[in-house]
Design a protein around this ligand. Structure first.
Ligand code: PRX
Length: 656
């Protein structure tokens, strides 16, 4: 059932009715400018994906484009290639001196890394990893800031066939530990620290805490980013620069089977244990490079592309590292926060490098809106010709603001829907073809079979709402959950059967067949474009010594995005006061990471429960979003709800 508040969001979205056709000049030069691409791909999707795979370098051609045994699928079987070779070596002859990354450190230093530079660094590091005992198939964990050594580490792993598992630098020691252990990583590559809003994030100290309980890790390679003193464990910890300098720059890329694992990336599910999403090589590279080329209209000779996400998330994997490098384009890589030292930091970078394409998330756009137009107005942003959005539904106001004040009213905005699991963008405009509607991700990418169905799995048709599904796999789609095939089948295919992938999102189709994404329909929240499950935050809260019970819901506001609201029952002798609230927020930050800190905490003597003792989160969500309460007849303790409601309302008043 699609939630009530989500229905309300769509009402707000649908009030915006303006449409924007592709600007003529843009359309004339676009990489995708024939609408027939949709029909051709629909008529023969395998031929379409094969034509996209041909843009890559294969050591050996594939025998079969797609082999299916639903819900399992394999792409380009029999083919051999290497992702690092495709991202680096094949560009060297013609474009070795082209900048791969204009890197900008938060404190202000800059460095241009060419394809040649990156290739050499990757080869050296790959040899070092071999020396440290890493062989094809061994997992390497990476916990690093946004510095050039991060993509180099990923590509070094890919070069020798060692799947990487990148853990976002904002995650806590405990989160890092769990991910290292699930993947049984043999080596960890990290840094002494990273810069964020002028402060140093102590990555090595966090890593040391995690490493107390990670028996699989044999060696740790540490990049000196901040130069601060960190403890180095004799025999285990090595200095990155020393290891790399000592290694040979000659390292042939390992021919990998198209279906060999490229990486694992963890994402939140509805239970406490994060899911290790497994991506393989040939299909993934085909999916990310083709979407990057056609949706972002990449002209590698002239474009300066900037995806302002963090590489620790899938957006960074696919659209900062693998897609852009496979397409040989020049990117910006920025280490820090958008408001450091001031709120025009991004715009000064756009001006400095003449950025032509910017890809970011609605949460960032909404922050910029709040900060005001003076900040972008201080800079010449006329180089921008295309803007992208990802991670959560973008409200039409933010869409229009983005186009107007960042894109000078002319740059098309591509709202791209996808997930860690799909690996590649699945629903998005093609900016030279698609008429844009602010707030809608528009249409399925060519060769993608998206639909909206009801509870019974029947298509709802135009004008209807329900669940988003994909009726065929896309090449970059994940193959399984690491070490847990059962969970793979149950989570994504139990609902509608093995042929129909269920991503967990609600959606509506308008009368033109455009997709309007409505957010998650499970217990997963989308906080600033990042997935966090209510269960994870509840577990972290209950883990605190003063907490007896906790329930967590997401408060969705079409303009503000989603925030975490926690309802907490303190232990009998504990007081639910401001001090405890702050302590609990910090505790969640310590257990999961800052991104999971509840925005508000309502203390209550009891939580609304059914007679069988199940917490009624649905009612708490009504309370959090200020909606009229739903059916309370099954509650064993209905009066508590009114109390909670009154408390929540008075707290919201305090917030404002
Ligand atoms: O709910 C959808 C939302 O983000 C979820 C995927 O999260 P994650 O795997 O962390 O990947 C985020 C970046 C690709 C989806 O299930 N989502 C992502 N993009 C959009 C979106 N919701 C609405 N519109 C989007 N463009």
């Amino acid at each position: 059932m699609v939630e009530k508040e989500v229905e309300k969001n769509i009402e707000a979205l649908l009030e915006e009715r303006r449409e924007f056709e592709a600007p003529e000049e843009f359309a004339a030069n676009a990489n995708a400018n024939e609408a027939s691409i949709y029909d051709d791909a629909a008529a023969d999707p395998e031929a379409f994906w094969a034509s996209q795979a041909e843009r890559l370098d294969w050591f050996e051609p594939w025998d079969t484009v797609l082999e299916q045994d639903p819900p399992f699928h394999k792409w380009f079987t029999g083919g051999k290639l290497n992702a690092s070779h495709n991202c680096l070596d094949r560009h060297l002859d013609s474009n070795g001196d082209r900048v791969a990354y204009h890197w900008v450190g938060e404190p202000g230093e800059t460095k241009d890394v060419t394809y040649k530079d990156l290739h050499e660094e990757v080869c050296r590091l790959a040899n070092s990893l071999k020396d440290l005992g890493i062989a094809k198939g061994d997992r390497v964990a990476i916990y690093m800031p946004m510095i050039p050594e991060l993509p180099a580490a990923m590509l070094a792993c890919a070069r020798i066939g060692a799947p990487h598992s990148v853990v976002f630098g904002g995650f806590s020691a405990e989160s890092l530990r769990d991910r290292i252990n699930d993947a049984a990583a043999k080596v960890l590559i990290t840094a002494d620290g990273s810069y964020r809003k002028g402060n140093v994030v102590p990555l090595k100290a966090n890593a040391d805490e995690a490493l107390q309980d990670t028996p699989s890790v044999e060696k740790v390679v540490v990049v000196a980013r901040t130069g601060e003193d960190v403890s180095m464990t004799e025999g285990r910890d090595l200095v990155y620069s020393e290891v790399v300098e000592a290694a040979s720059p000659d390292c042939p890329a390992e021919p990998m089977d198209a279906e060999d694992m490229l990486y694992i990336l963890y994402t939140s599910g509805t239970t406490g244990k994060p899911k290790g999403i497994v991506h393989t090589t040939g299909g993934y590279l085909t999916g990310v490079s083709s979407t990057h080329n056609l949706i972002f209209d990449i002209k590698p000779d002239t474009d300066v592309y900037w995806c302002a996400a963090d590489i620790g998330w899938v957006t960074g994997h696919s659209y900062i590292v693998y897609g852009p490098l496979a397409n040989g384009c020049t990117s910006v890589l920025y280490e820090g926060a958008p408001d450091h030292p001031d709120k025009d930091r991004w715009w000064s970078i756009v001006e400095q490098y003449g950025v032509t394409i910017l890809y970011t998330a609605p949460t960032a756009i909404r922050s910029c809106m709040k900060w005001g137009t003076d900040f972008p107005a201080k800079h010449d942003l006329s180089s921008l010709r295309l803007l992208g959005s990802v991670g959560e539904p973008i409200n039409p106001e933010a869409w229009i603001w983005y186009q107007e004040f960042i894109g000078a009213g002319k740059a098309p905005v591509v709202d791209t829907w996808w997930q860690t699991e799909t690996g590649q963008i699945c629903i998005s405009p093609l900016p030279g073809i698609t008429t844009l509607k602010p707030g809608s991700a528009t249409k399925a990418f060519p060769g993608v079979f998206a639909d909206v169905v009801d509870e019974a799995g029947e298509a709802v048709g135009r004008g209807g709402g329900g669940y988003l599904v994909l009726r065929k796999p896309v090449p970059a789609m994940f193959r399984t959950i690491f070490g847990d095939e059962k969970r793979y089948v149950e989570t994504y295919f139990e609902k509608f059967g093995n042929d129909t992938y269920f991503p967990g999102d609600g959606a509506k189709l308008d009368d033109d067949g455009y997709f309007w994404l409505l957010g998650r329909v499970d217990d997963v929240m989308n906080i600033a474009g990042h997935r966090i499950s209510t269960y994870e935050v509840e577990s972290a809260l209950v883990d605190h010594k003063s907490v007896a019970e906790a329930a967590v819901v997401g408060r969705v506001d079409p303009k503000e995005g989603e925030t975490i609201v926690a309802f907490v029952t303190p232990k009998e002798d504990k007081e639910g006061d401001d001090a405890l609230m702050e302590e609990l927020r910090e505790h969640v930050a310590k257990v999961i990471g800052k991104l999971a800190r509840p925005h508000s905490i309502v203390f209550t003597e009891d939580l609304p429960k059914t007679r069988s003792g199940k917490i009624m989160r649905r009612l708490l969500r009504d309370v959090a979003t200020g909606q009229e309460l739903g059916d309370v007849s099954t509650l064993q303790n209905a009066p508590i709800l009114e109390e909670i409601k009154a408390k929540a309302e008075s707290q919201q008043g305090d917030d404002e």
